[in-house]
Ligand binder design. Structure first.
Ligand code: HEC
Length: 128
């Protein structure tokens, strides 16, 4: 019984979501330049841009689609496929920063530390 309880507590402790302050405000801020240059022409994002060539990256529909997926899936997908006009290739650092900006535009709070690249993102879940 006690074992079961400890197990349940252990699982809960590892469930970090985008509501837990997983990126820094400075990180989102520095991604704005890249956003304007390489993403804004195709995507809607909060008050930053409004284009419908690609899907909106903020709002209920976007969150419903990404609900329960990991931040890694989002950032890795961005790095590997965006921008899809072959204008540039993103580094993992750029994709991570722009992911922070997308989280911010969707109303998730900033925290103390910047979102780290790679594996660490696999333990952070996107929620509506
Ligand atoms: C030339 C237009 C264009 C540019 C520039 C562009 N995108 Fe996209 N993006 C698209 C299209 C079209 C899709 C949907 C089809 C696909 O996934 O390839 C898409 C899909 C996405 C998705 C998946 C959305 C979802 O809910 O499935 C994300 C995230 C994304 N783009 C982020 C970015 C970011 C970040 C940038 C800038 C680095 C960027 N895009 C630049 C056209 C563009």
């Amino acid at each position: 019984m006690l074992m079961l309880l400890l197990f349940a507590v252990g699982i809960r402790a590892e469930q970090v979501t985008v509501k837990d302050g997983v990126y820094s405000a400075a990180q989102a801020e520095r991604a704005k330049e890249l956003w304007t240059k390489s993403c804004a022409s195709c995507h809607t994002l909060g008050t930053l841009s409004a284009s419908t060539k690609g899907p909106a990256l903020s709002g209920a529909e976007f969150l419903a689609k990404w609900d329960s997926k990991t931040v890694f899936a989002l950032a890795d997908g961005i790095q590997k496929t965006m921008p899809n006009d072959f204008s540039m290739e993103l580094t993992a650092a750029q994709a991570t920063d722009v992911t922070a900006l997308i989280l911010q535009a969707n109303g998730f709070p900033a925290g103390e530390k910047a979102l780290a690249m790679g594996e660490a993102q696999k333990s952070i879940t996107i929620v509506k």
